[in-house]
Write a new protein. Structure first.
Length: 502
């Protein structure tokens, strides 16, 4: 699914009106109906509803929603912010329709004194400002936001929490943004919803389709995408009847050190469960029995060192290489990593300590082979590319890094963010907080490695791997819940995740 900036969404709205064609007031009616329908189905009908309407179309939506809720006999009061300027366009029509309906109490807020007290057991519907916000809220608007946030009431924001920008909030006033429990957003999630620091404003979010025109969406170019099941399913290759283990590649995994062999075991198992033909796990001598016992399907390559990775084996036999989980950062490991990079493997996934070593030797970045896949969590990314003030800024750094070194970067998190050298960005839609547990990342490395070895392109191996990993986590969580989920459960649910994609 494509994701757009607020400005682009306004353009798609306009194009929809022209192409469908539909009048703006009717599009607003359609959008508002979706909101009202969700509210009617999801809230306690005994509760008082306080609707706050701003001066633009977001306010227009709120006015239409109030009228629709009154049809179902919900108890609504509308508070319209009055900046002393006349309402224009569709909000005027919706105001008149409310007056004619005469079932909703109508109030205006023109000073701080007229901001209502809101009881805890009320529902607030926030239609103050939407995607047309052009500067941080201040004055009366900010005071209303603060009063709503203080109330403890359940807050439902229309389209976007008022005060939040759809993309960059680096310069925003964070005390002037609605903290919604639910955000009901039209057609597309806004980019800012995918950044962890905005969770306190956005709450749970739901996308409500409002029938924006497919051609308008198609015509509008964007680098941003949200991974969907349909998109990923289309990339999975069936296994041919006469295929054999040679068809599915031979992966080399360089992982584990004394005391951290679990990383190698988890990544090896995940790699095998991802459909690879053959796997060789390169381990230090002390890891030999562990890997043989825990992953009998894997072959082994034994390092001369008793405890760490210190020497690159002959890599010519392997179709893809994964390196990093549990490696440690000893001097000999650092030199061996450098030697591996100098050998220019054509398909490479780099994780964990291999990334940490890289970030301590930044002059090696130029050695990164084209289309290498780097899978840092945000802290590892910070070590690689420097600190960022927020996720939006981090995304810009990530895009620069991908473009400069021609590599794919996966910044892992609740919505893992994938950047490609050509500037495309993909946010993951699968996964859950149960996956915030040691070893989850090692499993991801194994999955991506397995797919790479099977000759998926670096881009596809990354997109499929990230999506599948989260999906395995979601399947595991439905069975055992998020609390007890451990990395091994991701591996045992990979098969079911593949089945869902077929
Ligand atoms: N365009 C369309 O056809 C549709 C738009 N929809 C709604 O329309 C919204 C966008 O509407 P608008 O573009 O009118 O924008 P908004 O409703 O977000 O508000 C824009 C108004 O607020 C003022 N404003 C902006 N920032 C301000 C600030 N910091 N302090 C005080 N005033 C400020 C602007 O001058 C303008 O009058 C969407 O979020 C969505 O809720 C929906 O009705 C669906 C269809
Ligand atoms: N709250 C969350 N929601 C979805 N996925 C998550 C969440 N927390 C962690 N994950 C996923 O779990 C993995 C954790 O990786 P990482 O931080 O490298 O862990 P480790 O180093 O312990 O293996 C990532 O793929 C990340 O996307
Ligand atoms: K809003």
């Amino acid at each position: 699914m494509k994701l757009f900036t607020c400005k682009q969404i306004a353009g798609i709205d306009q194009l929809t009106m022209k192409l469908e064609p539909v009048l703006s007031i009717d599009l607003m009616e359609r959008a508002s109906f979706q909101i009202a329908d969700w509210v009617i189905k999801n809230i306690n009908h005994d509760w008082q509803i306080y609707l706050f309407a701003g001066p633009g179309n977001n306010g227009g939506d709120a006015l239409a929603v109030a009228r629709m809720l009154a049809w179902s006999n919900l108890k609504c009061t509308v508070y319209r912010i009055d900046f002393g300027r006349e309402l224009k366009g569709d909000p005027v029509i919706n105001w008149q329709r409310l007056e004619e309906q005469n079932q909703v109490i109508l109030r205006k807020i023109d000073s701080e004194d007229s901001i209502p007290e809101i009881p805890v057991d009320a529902i607030v519907i926030d239609g103050l400002f939407g995607s047309g916000l052009n500067k941080p809220l201040d004055g009366l608007a900010k005071e209303i936001v603060k009063q709503i946030n203080r109330s403890g009431a359940t807050i439902i924001s229309i389209d976007i929490p008022s005060g939040l920008f759809g993309e960059d909030n680096s310069k925003n006033d964070l005390s002037a943004i609605i903290k919604a429990d639910h955000t009901l957003t039209f057609q597309f999630p806004k980019l800012s919803f995918l950044f962890p620091e905005n969770c306190e404003f956005v709450g749970d979010w739901t996308v409500l389709p409002i029938g924006l025109h497919p051609n308008a969406i198609e015509q509008t170019e964007t680098p941003y995408h949200f991974l969907t099941k349909k998109f990923i399913s289309g990339k999975i290759k069936p296994r041919e009847k006469f295929s054999h283990k040679g068809t599915f590649g031979h992966a080399l995994l360089i992982a584990g050190s004394y005391g951290k062999m679990g990383a190698s075991v988890l990544a090896s198992q995940a790699c095998l469960r991802s459909g690879v033909g053959l796997l060789t796990s390169h381990v230090p001598q002390s890891g030999y029995e562990i890997i043989q016992n825990s992953v009998p399907e894997a072959m082994t390559s034994i390092d001369p060192s008793e405890t760490v990775f210190s020497e690159v084996p002959d890599i010519s036999r392997y179709s893809a290489i994964g390196i990093g989980p549990g490696l440690d950062k000893k001097q000999e490991t650092q030199q061996a990593l450098k030697a591996l990079l100098q050998a220019k493997p054509s398909k490479l996934v780099i994780d964990a300590d291999a990334l940490n070593i890289l970030s301590e030797n930044q002059d090696w970045y130029d050695l990164l082979p084209e289309n290498a896949i780097l899978t840092p969590h945000p802290k590892e990314f910070e070590r690689l590319a420097g600190a960022s003030f927020n996720s939006f800024e981090r995304l810009q750094k990530q895009l620069q890094f991908s473009a400069k070194y021609k590599v794919i970067v996966v910044c892992k998190g609740a919505h893992s963010c994938i950047t490609l050298p050509d500037g495309k960005v993909f946010f993951n839609s699968t996964g859950n907080p149960g996956m915030a547990t040691g070893g989850s990342g090692d499993v991801l490395t194994g999955i991506i490695l397995g797919l790479l070895a099977q000759n998926y392109s670096a881009e596809d191996a990354t997109l499929i791997g990230v999506y599948l990993h989260g999906m395995a986590g979601d399947l595991a969580a439905t069975e055992i819940g998020e609390y007890s989920l451990i990395a091994g459960d991701l591996i045992s649910h990979l098969g079911k995740a593949f089945l869902q994609l077929e």
